[in-house]
Design a protein around this ligand. Structure first.
Ligand code: PHB
Length: 403
């Protein structure tokens, strides 16, 4: 009898040891699809996202109760939906990742969505900002922004400004640009303004002077521009200066993609940038204590000349959402359970201010800040001057889901 009990005991101990060993060895694989190369200029964005991912993992992996994180990075090479789709397929079937994240460009996020549904693999979007993307799969959650979220309140604000009755819109001709145009146009015209012309420009590497020349000829009070963040933002600023649009009294405004923090040094020599108004959810220059701490930790890690940008704060919060789901499931993550957790994720103390996911749309809810481009100690910075609290993406309200 004793020996029988003993053997049961040994078996149980063995089982427990195995269980603990497997728990100890638990590794969660996270696929990161990002634009590490390519003509769209996403490599700067990818780098600023990666730095935040790495810093978050470094600071927080030890708090996962022994669960280890493995990041599997793949380069989608820019706006390249077929590549993104192939990479997602490989990450799911070969690498067996439990999450997919990254995704700078909308067409790539859209291409990955059906695979997420098929495999029940949660996808946390760290940048792509087209509103309708969220309808493509119940396995998407977004921690970045939408263009409606910034451009709609900006249109409302613009319509209320004195001597601002006529606007011209110029946007990159794909998902986020079309959203930005429609959001601004709706808010501005509902507020009594008039659109005197609009152009859609090729999304990458376009010669944009002829488009802005048309804006100049239309003599609007304001020119609203969306281009995907990166070097194109600086190109717009140069053309705006070279065509003498500021001198002609045309004010330039747009979502914060027009003045991304890391491009501001490249815009420093352009005098007509001063005073440009943008609407966005994040600038590294924000003075909230949580942001000061974030920027400080960033500079300690990456040096005094490196600074986070809006992609960095999305990557930071995205990792926090993913880690929250991993922790709640002790590392044994299930796709459906994970989506339930992601839907209620929130961080009242993000560097960008309070942020949460709307359980109904799985989309991000956050403050939008009005900012003015100013020179502080000789350097251009986005200075926040007004807060619109906890903005939900306005698009679903005007485009209810089909029943
Ligand atoms: C997008 O493709 O959704 C996108 C890319 C860059 C931005 C904003 C949106 O700055």
């Amino acid at each position: 009898m004793r020996t029988r009990w003993k053997s049961v005991e040994i078996a149980l101990a063995g089982f427990a040891a195995l269980w603990t060993a497997s728990a100890d060895a638990q590794t969660v694989k996270i696929g990161v699809i990002s634009s590490y190369s390519g003509a769209a200029g996403g490599s700067v964005i990818a780098d600023l996202m990666d730095k935040a991912i790495n810093l978050y993992v470094k600071q927080n992996e030890s708090k996962l109760g022994g669960v280890k994180i493995e990041l599997v990075r793949r380069d989608d090479t820019g706006i390249a939906p077929d590549t993104a789709k192939r990479l997602a397929q490989e990450l799911i079937t070969r690498d067996r990742v439990q999450f997919i994240t990254g995704l700078i460009y909308t067409p790539n996020a859209n291409a990955v969505a059906p695979l997420a549904t098929e495999a029940k693999v949660p996808v946390v979007i760290m940048n792509a900002g087209t509103s309708s993307t969220m309808r493509l799969s119940p396995y998407l959650a977004r921690v970045s922004f939408t263009l409606w979220q910034s451009s709609y309140p900006l249109g409302q604000w613009a319509a209320k400004q004195p001597n601002t009755k006529k606007a011209f819109t110029a946007v990159a001709d794909y998902g986020p640009g079309i959203d930005a145009e429609q959001a601004f146009t709706k808010a501005f015209t509902d507020g009594g303004g008039q659109i005197v012309g609009s152009v859609r420009m090729p999304p990458t590497n376009a010669e944009m002077t002829p488009f802005l020349q048309r804006a100049l000829d239309a003599k609007p009070d304001v020119l609203f521009v969306f281009v995907p963040a990166g070097t194109q933002a600086t190109a717009i600023m140069k053309i705006y200066g070279d065509l003498g649009m500021a001198k002609a009294g045309i004010k330039l405004i747009g979502p914060g993609d027009l003045t991304p923090d890391e491009e501001l040094p490249n815009m420093g020599g352009i005098a007509s940038t001063d005073g440009i108004i943008t609407m966005h959810h994040y600038t590294a220059n924000a003075k909230r204590p949580e942001n000061l701490a974030f920027v400080d930790a960033w500079k300690k890690e990456y040096g005094p000349n490196s600074s986070p940008s809006f992609y960095s704060v999305a990557a930071w919060d995205g990792m926090d959402a993913i880690f929250t789901a991993i922790r709640a499931q002790n590392g044994r993550v299930d796709g459906d359970k994970t989506m339930e957790i992601l839907k209620t994720w929130q961080n009242p103390a993000s560097p960008r201010g309070p942020v949460r996911i709307d359980p109904e749309t799985r989309d991000v809810v956050q403050n939008e800040y009005m900012r003015r481009l100013e020179r502080v100690d000789g350097k251009l910075v986005n200075v926040e001057f007004e807060t619109i609290p906890m903005v939900k993406d306005p698009w679903p309200q005007f485009n209810p889901p089909p029943r």
